[in-house]
Ligand binder design. Structure first.
Ligand SMILES: [Zn+2]
Length: 233
């Protein structure tokens, strides 16, 4: 999980909506996105969040420009349990999966849906106090990537922090086989390249700098996995 920060001010149309009360969060949110005006509001918000998130999913860090998965606007903390957060800018982020059915379950990968549309997250069956948000400035220190791509609580954590990390991994289904395999492939590829460049330190430094820099505002998928491997603590 990578730390992302929002801009200081909410986008204009969202800011206007914040001035009105929210009686029924689900209905209010659907209305906000409905029709021609709704399309404009969604466009404003997604454009803003894509820049803030450098085109990465708030939770798994897959590129949101991934044509198969698409993305949706996600409430970090549930709007039904926290109606006052329905239009709260800093509670809104983009998560991978447009509708949640873009990757069908298979025998090999029975639960391939992660992040905002993962079962526990989308049904609000999680503990908000334990859940680690990508808007927490130190969120990255909670997680470690094993060589096979598995994400685990970092071994520097105390018991309570470790519980938070494991809960977040489970709620977002961050160890589904799809994500684990993709991260494992990134680790294999980067390990090979780093080994090839180990005797050319200048080229290696250049490669690391390129790999972790945004291009046209977008970062590469699984940024914190790459960072852990290329710039170990
Ligand atoms: Zn994701």
């Amino acid at each position: 999980m990578k730390y992302f920060s929002h801009e200081d001010q909410a986008p204009l149309l969202l800011g206007k909506r914040q001035l009105k009360p929210v009686d029924n969060p689900g209905g209010a949110w659907r209305n906000y996105k409905k029709g021609e005006r709704g399309r404009g509001r969604v466009h404003e918000l997604t454009t803003n969040l894509l820049v803030c998130q450098k085109s990465l999913c708030a939770y798994c860090e897959i590129s949101l420009l991934h044509p198969q998965l698409g993305f949706h606007i996600e409430h970090i903390l549930s709007k039904s349990l926290n109606p006052e957060l329905t239009f709260e800018y800093k509670n809104l982020m983009l998560s991978c999966f447009k509708g949640g059915g873009e990757v069908p379950a298979s025998e090999e990968d029975p639960y391939p849906v992660s992040c905002g549309h993962a079962l526990l997250k989308s049904s609000n069956e999680f503990d908000e106090a334990l859940f680690i948000r990508p808007t927490e400035a130190d969120c990255e220190r909670y997680f470690f990537y094993e060589l096979d791509g598995e994400i685990v609580p970092h071994d520097n954590l105390n018991a309570q922090e470790s519980e938070r990390a494991q809960h977040t991994i489970d709620v977002l289904n961050l160890n589904c086989r799809r994500l684990k395999r993709l991260r494992g492939d990134v680790i294999d590829q980067l390990s090979r390249l780093s080994a090839e460049l180990v005797k050319q330190p200048e080229q290696l430094q250049f490669f690391i700098q390129q790999e972790l820099s945004a291009r046209e505002g977008a970062l590469v998928s699984f940024w914190t996995t790459r960072k852990q491997l290329l710039i170990p603590d």
